[in-house]
Design a protein around this ligand. Sequence first.
Ligand code: ATP
Ligand code: MG
Length: 351
Amino acid sequence: MEQETCSSFLRSTWNIDLFFVAVELLVLTKNVPRGTFRRTTETAALAHFAQARLWDSESCQHSFFCSFLQALFPCRGFLMLKARVISVSNQKGGVGKTTTAVNLAACLAAAEYRVLLVDLDPQGNASSALGVDAREIKPSAYELLMQECEPTEAIVQTELQCLDLVPSNQDLIGAEIELVSAFGREQRLKCLLSSVSERYDFILIDCPPALGLLTVNALVASDSVLIPLQAEYFALEGLSQLLKTVDLVRKFLNKDLAIEGILLTMFDRRNNLCHQVAAEVVQHFESKVFDTRIPRNVKLGEAPSFGKPILLYDIQSPGAVAYLEATQELIRRTQRPKPMKKADGTDAEAP
Ligand SMILES: Nc1ncnc2c1ncn2[C@@H]1O[C@H](COP(=O)(O)OP(=O)(O)OP(=O)(O)O)[C@@H](O)[C@H]1O
Ligand SMILES: [Mg+2]
């Protein structure tokens, strides 16, 4: 917020062009490379496609400003540069939580943000959607929550260099029961993630379709909650229940929990009901609703069976384009600067 105030002050009072030229020079002379896409043969097409969509002029200006500040103060703690933790949650089943968590995480990773996706659903769908067979995997989210392993031991790499995953499997059902009598049961995930949050720009948590202890742990560990909402008749009823839980978590456990936004999923433009529901949601939640609508798209449904996010499955599909646009909105909303470091901690390559 401070950063935004400062940024808009500079935009309104300085000659913006000169300012950014000065920033560019400073960044160059200090040899601080700006975040760019890694161009391997495998991800070159992805990089070009994603780059064009992810960086609009406003985000670029913002990132130049951040490059300037980072060049002056090259420490990650400066200006909120610790991971933004976002729970993707809705207690209603099958509304696109996992699809949203996986694809936003993949799009952010394609932009070289360092991303950790925590699969907090015993169904393990996010793990399999990223090609990780988590059925027998140990340690997983269960061992993590039960403090049977170090957080770093529960993290596995994925096909995308900047995207890591804490996989999950059916063992996690046990955690919900075993945690009931545990001390600090709602704070477990928060404590565990705080030890790795410096390594990432974003931590996304895929929540189960329930408002139990796992979801509460996710909400307590998060800066914000992103709510995928299927544009259908009962959507708003479920939403009010989730918002009550968010309020309770704010009141007793995490006063800073924000609503990152509501993302309408499986949107069918030809269906009047979808438009009516969307209008009602916008009327209630105004700017909290993402402008991007995720369309119902066969490729989005197919991609998990190949263990790939949509970017690696069919980058030209309407589903991929929509998730790239949603990612761009997320970057704008969270005011994240362009990444400066790669997942292995080295500087991002020059363009
Ligand atoms: N935009 C979309 N277009 C087509 N199919 C989709 C879309 N979004 C999700 N799906 C499909 O709908 C089903 C439910 O999606 P998803 O698993 O993401 O929902 P969920 O909210 O995570 O479900 P659960 O509550 O069981 O965890 C999946 O088969 C998924 O592939
Ligand atoms: Mg799911």
